[in-house]
Design a protein around this ligand. Structure first.
Ligand code: HAM
Length: 433
């Protein structure tokens, strides 16, 4: 019987991996501009970290975690998200002891046992930032701005930024009570909303069920309940975004599914993705560091789903012209030249060209067909007579033009032609960094 990848997971095959590498490079570049440093944490953690960090009554902790006991009987969980692990590491290594602000970024696989659908997987990839050590609304504005500027750098358009504030625990308490008393008589709410009503009524606003949305369309906005300090924080955050020219929409129904959030929450959506339309979600978490055993230390961050970003990039045609084609393929026409061909290919690679060496000496026709399939720009042909004269042939595949070139000169010759050919074309394999 054939064994396939588990449901909700997928392989990233070579053609696709090229896109991922390009995306990862762009992410690192932008995080460098903004001064975020990379942190890598394990893919599994003690289950308690997520129970305490994300919250016992959230969908993720209640239903979606991959939890198992190891041979020593310890309960471990594959990380469903990156914030709690990064904060755990920040506390464990006392990164706060240097004082001031700590700015971290991460990238890697996350695991949630959700029902797979378009844009929703069980193993998916996130990159994100966590900015710890300040309550300043400038930090909220910066974190939102990094995401938006990154998407701009990727060339994405038609994304919408939604921002809200869910206040601090004090202002939220009154809001939750009022929501409960307004909604508790509504038996027509869906099953999850009836459960949410008991545990965290605010999360009802997050429900996608059209009936629940209709029933709750007139409930007051959480922003009407903000205490003066939280209101001021929201207003400042928004004014900093305005000043920096970041477009957003204030969305009072945006609440998000983690218990750690306080004040600012935000999402970036691509309406073209269908039901799973959020490419990014984030917010402020002023009590999480303490919850995980550190000192009182505010934080704010976001995470972005890489699969959904790749889908968005595909939808918007950003990968047109991407190719894994080598610059040069070798065709060796005689078995006796196999070693020379291999040595010359190695030299060209050392000089920085992407080269497919000839590993099987076949007929000229077969080798040219193979070079065509690879979409190589040039073919270096090694024939007996030319080789004796210290030369090789270089054929440009686009138009079939062919030159005899001194074999010592072949690298410089091809580089000159490539320079003339590809000036201005940035998305080629050679330009990935
Ligand atoms: P989140 O909204 O759960 O937030 O996830 C962030 C992003 O990860 C989503 O907007 C989506 O693009 C992607 N994502 C989530 N689940 C899946 C899935 N099953 N399949 C594919 N993509 C998915 C967090 O994880 C928070 N830790 C964000 C944060 C960081 N808040 C503060 N700092």
């Amino acid at each position: 019987m054939k064994i396939s990848a588990p449901r909700g997971t997928f392989d990233i095959l070579p053609e696709e991996a090229l896109r991922w590498r390009w995306l990862e490079a762009a992410i690192r570049r932008v995080f460098d501009y903004y001064g975020y440093q990379e942190i890598r944490t394990p893919v599994f953690e003690h289950t308690e970290l997520f129970q305490r960090g994300i919250g016992e009554t959230t969908d993720i902790v209640e239903k979606e975690m991959y939890t198992f006991n190891d041979k020593g009987g310890r309960s471990l969980t594959l990380r469903p998200e990156g914030t709690a692990p990064v904060v755990r590491s920040y506390v464990e290594h006392k990164l706060y002891s240097k004082g001031g602000i700590t700015k971290l970024f991460y990238m890697g696989p996350m695991f949630r046992q959700e029902r797979p659908q378009a844009g929703r997987f069980r193993q998916f990839h996130q990159f994100g930032v966590e900015l710890l050590g300040t309550e300043s609304p400038l930090a909220d504005a910066e974190v939102i701005t990094v995401a938006v500027e990154l998407y701009k750098e990727l060339g994405l358009t038609d994304l919408e930024v939604l921002v809200n504030s869910i206040g601090c625990p004090a202002c939220r308490k009154k809001y939750q009570e009022d929501l409960f008393s307004r909604l508790s008589s509504l038996q027509e709410l869906c099953e999850s909303c009836l459960r949410r009503l008991e545990k965290n009524p605010m999360r009802i606003l997050d429900c996608k069920n059209p009936r629940c949305r209709e029933l709750t369309k007139d409930v007051p906005a959480v922003t009407d309940y903000l205490c003066p300090a939280c209101r001021d924080h929201l207003e400042k955050t928004l004014s900093f975004l305005d000043k920096a020219g970041i477009d957003y929409r204030l969305e009072p129904r945006l609440v998000r599914g983690f218990d750690y959030y306080t004040r600012t929450v935000f999402e970036v959506i691509n309406a073209g993705l269908g039901a799973q339309n959020a490419v990014c979600g984030g917010g402020r978490y002023d009590h999480l560091v303490e919850e995980i055993g550190g000192p009182p230390m505010p934080g704010v961050g976001f995470a972005s789903g890489m699969e959904r970003l790749i889908l968005t990039l595909e939808q918007q045609g950003k990968f047109a012209g991407f190719s894994s084609a080598p610059q040069v393929a070798f065709a060796v026409l005689d078995e006796t030249l196999a070693a020379d061909g291999f040595a010359l290919a190695t030299r060209l690679r050392r000089e920085g060209l992407t080269v497919e060496a000839c590993l099987e000496v076949k007929s000229l026709k077969a080798q040219m067909r193979a070079a065509g399939k690879l979409q190589a720009k040039f073919v270096v042909l090694l024939g007996e007579d030319e080789w004796k004269d210290g030369q090789v042939s270089v054929r440009r595949m686009a138009d079939g033009e062919q030159w005899r070139v001194d074999r010592e000169e072949v690298c410089r010759f091809i580089k000159d032609l490539l320079d003339r050919d590809s000036s201005g074309r940035e998305q080629e394999r050679g330009s990935f960094s």
